[in-house]
Ligand binder design. Sequence first.
Ligand code: BTN
Length: 238
Amino acid sequence: MRIFKFKEIDSTNKFLKEMKEKEEYDTAIAETQVMGRGRRGNKWSSEKGGAYFSFLLKEDKNIAFEEYEKLPLVIGYSLLKTFESIEPELNFMFKWTNDIYIFDKKISGILVEKLGDYFIIGIGINLNNEIKGEAVNTAVSMGEITSKTYKIEEIIISVIEEFKKNLDFYFNGNWDKILFELNQKNYLLGKDLCIEYGMGKRETGKGLNIHKSGQLEIEISGEKKLFNVGKIHITKNN
Ligand code: BTN
């Protein structure tokens, strides 16, 4: 595992993606990103004080590719576990499929990309940064909640170590245990949702549990339906 540190970079995901000689768990950390990327082409605001990092996971060809479909959930679980160990009093929630929320605001996001044999796992955590502008309605940082200043690199290393442990746990047949805990922290449970998926399709319903397949169950007109990754809007907070 090599660590590449930058004061400023376009995007740590982009850096690892374009790096020639890749090694598993190579990690890129940046103090700021000028082109931080979020999911679905969104920009990830990356001001000084946040944790912005990416690391590489090599696909193991002995493991069925479908097993990797739950990777974002295993990463989310690892973020939850790390955050809970840092601030055990705070009620962090997992927003299927890729986000961690607290007080109805996003504190952390995950962007997983794939290139050749490698998954590029990018994580942004609002830690010591101040959320500005319109984003104050949807995002919050750990420091804004606790008024503490966190050691960014230490937290990044803890997240990666926690992930390694949980990936092992997952591949060793413990998905049910991870899923149980994720469902205890399922932010979308009981919420009125509108889900956009496929080519402009949308449905509304109530969020239920995360299913053992890793999909989200939504109750639509009295029927339970399973959804793959989609874009979820909460239409009413219950
Ligand atoms: C999302 O919630 O949309 C995902 C955000 C992922 C942001 C991180 S910050 C480090 C890494 N580099 C990027 O350009 N994006 C990810």
